[in-house]
Design a protein around this ligand. Structure first.
Ligand code: ADP
Length: 309
């Protein structure tokens, strides 16, 4: 079983011709709300895309915004442990998407900031704890150490990008980052290889968008080219990747196969709009993996990352 502790936000999305400049008002169109937040997205990805039994700790306000978030988790089969805050509203994100696919996002974390060390239940029966950085870093660090003490593997998706306290990095078994997050964690602007050389986490996975991903495990480098798709909305590609990867690891698969599952889930998420609404099913992920993994791009990926052959 996987346990996820993290954020849940209701996304308020308006489409407009352009993103308003300071002081400007733009008449938008096509308003929609979408359940989101990295924690909830990844919990749903573990369950739906990964087919793994999943539980999640999250904090929600006592308001109407909480209901669609709980419903979305339940729909995916995630067992939710909800901390209900009376004085903070449910986390929200206000997103303007322009016709040229730029976006501007303002997040009001609200209840997400209420998660503290003591809120994590015992992790009996869990193999992996999956964490992100949209909740207070002190709580994330405490959860990672609690998992370690209980013999549970800690997977950290270090997003949004920030410098990590050593106490947190020390407790991480698998670190998942995109290029920008890798630069922040390594505190270095340079190639993937250079950044990895500055970190001593046992297993690091770096997602590289349409290029694919790579990993370093016990000094060995693994490369995985992306599954070719025509993207319409890349929201939640990273979250789908993290969930499917963690699910595959919890099911005892090798890291190489877990990278394939993560890549297939990330690619499929790019073909659909929204966050949680774009996360594929386990059957879809399996079908893409079994259709044959992309090959021939390893040399290109190796060069891009700066690994010498
Ligand atoms: P994030 O959204 O966190 O920045 P990435 O953009 O690196 O994460 O995407 C995560 C993973 O999703 C990638 O490693 C890749 O496997 C898959 N992915 C992302 N964009 C594409 C794309 N355009 N085509 C195919 N796969 C993609």
């Amino acid at each position: 079983m996987i346990f996820v502790a993290g954020s849940a936000n209701l996304d308020f999305v308006v489409r407009a011709s352009h993103i308003p400049a300071p002081g400007e008002t733009v008449l938008g169109r096509g308003f929609q709300t979408f359940p989101g937040g990295k924690g909830a997205n990844q919990a749903i990805a573990c369950a739906r895309a990964g087919g793994a039994p999943t539980q999640m700790l999250l904090a929600l306000g006592d308001d109407a915004y909480a209901q669609p978030l709980e419903a979305s988790l339940k729909d995916a089969g995630v067992v939710a442990h909800v901390l209900r805050t009376a004085d903070q509203s449910t986390g929200t994100a206000f997103i303007c998407v322009s016709d040229d696919a730029e976006n501007a996002i303002t997040v009001a974390p609200g209840a997400n900031l209420a998660l503290q060390a003591q809120h994590l239940p015992p992790l009996a029966g869990c193999s992996h704890l999956l964490l992100q950085l949209e909740t207070p870093i002190e709580a994330v660090t405490a959860y990672a150490h609690a998992a370690k003490t209980q013999g549970v593997q800690v997977v950290l998706n270090a997003a949004p990008a920030q410098v990590l306290p050593k106490a947190l990095l020390d407790a991480v078994d698998v670190l998942v980052v995109n290029e920008g997050e890798l630069a922040s964690v390594a505190q270095h602007q340079g190639s993937v290889a250079e950044c990895l050389a500055r970190l001593d986490v046992r297993c690091i996975v770096v997602t590289l968008g349409h290029r694919g991903c790579c990993a370093r495990m016990d000094g060995e480098i693994l490369l995985q080219a992306a599954f070719p798709v025509t993207p319409v909305d890349t929201t939640a590609a990273g979250d789908s990747f993290c969930g499917a990867l963690t699910a595959a690891l919890s099911q005892g698969h090798s890291l190489a196969l877990a990278l394939q599952y993560g890549s297939a889930a990330g690619a499929l998420a790019c073909t659909r709009p929204g966050a949680q609404s774009s996360i594929p099913t386990h059957a879809e992920v399996q079908a893409l993996v079994h259709s044959g993994t992309p090959s021939g791009a390893d040399a290109e990926l190796r060069k891009f990352c700066g690994f010498t052959a």
